[in-house]
Design a protein. Structure first.
Length: 275
């Protein structure tokens, strides 16, 4: 028998400053339980808001919750902290002895100003959110293959990403990874497809990790104590999270490799002209 696994990825970024792509890997039977419990909590919070005369809540959105914007208008820090804790508890709701049945967090971010100007002179794409997303996605696919080799050596995984302006970047990253990766178990990553965050509940935990990963990359601090206290506690209970940054030194190495590589697809030009 083999397991069916999926990883759900979302992005969080600040224009021309920071990009992070992150999400969670888990077997599909476990995803069913997580998404059911997650939606129950969102529904509870929506009813609570309606009773208080506040906007109803359709989904978790990390940036809106952080700023008390949109559907989270009128909230206070105590309620925000409690919701975050409850949602993280849902992700980590297994015994420490059943570690591999918990989701495994994967995220990668970078500081866009660190991208070498010499690379930008050849390809404008690399100074854009589109190009930064692509670089982060490639690293996540490498991390995913390594994780599959270590934790699920006999199984395969499907990658689901949030449908939006970076669809071409995601597919370009996947094609590059499949053609060039020599990582163990690269073949275990079998497919990549978009889904809408408004319909796919599993993309909401991905939004949470991408947001936290972006804050971590932007803070210049790597110690787990800089995650939310509740997230740190779940990590201590056995929830594995791998947050990586593509450093300036790594970007310089990419510059050297890209001098011999073909130009990217036309999709990024369409994306750039629409901004």
């Amino acid at each position: 028998m083999f397991l069916v696994l999926s990883v759900y990825l979302d992005e969080s970024y600040q224009d021309h400053k920071l990009m992070c792509v992150g999400g969670w890997l888990c077997e599909d039977t476990r995803w069913d339980k997580i998404t059911s419990q997650w939606q129950m909590r969102i529904d509870y919070e929506s009813r609570k808001s309606q009773r208080a005369g506040l906007p109803s809540i359709s989904r978790y959105k990390a940036s809106d919750l952080e700023s008390f914007h949109g559907e989270f208008e009128g909230w206070n820090p105590e309620r925000k902290k409690l919701l975050t804790k409850k949602l993280i508890d849902i992700l980590g709701r297994r015994s420490s002895r059943d570690r591999l049945r918990k989701p495994i967090g994967i995220a990668c971010g970078l500081k866009i100003p660190n991208i070498p100007d010499a690379l930008v002179n050849r390809e404008q794409i690399f100074k854009t959110n589109w190009g930064s997303y692509r670089l982060c996605m490639i690293q996540n696919l490498i991390t995913l293959a390594n994780t599959m080799a270590a934790a699920y050596p006999e199984d395969h995984v499907a990658v689901i990403y949030d449908r939006g302006p970076f669809g071409g970047a995601a597919q370009s990253a996947f094609e590059s990874f499949k053609k060039t990766s020599r990582r163990p178990k690269a073949e275990s990553v079998v497919t990549m497809a978009p889904m809408g965050g408004e319909h796919c509940i599993a993309l909401q935990p991905a939004d949470m990790l991408a947001f936290e990963g972006r804050k971590l990359v932007g803070s210049d601090k790597r110690d787990p104590q800089y995650f939310r206290r509740s997230l740190q506690r779940v990590i201590g209970n056995g929830l594995m999270i791998r947050v990586r940054e593509i450093t300036k030194e790594a970007l310089d190495s990419i510059l050297r490799a890209r001098r011999e590589a073909p130009l990217p697809p036309d999709d990024w030009q369409s994306w750039l002209s629409s901004k």
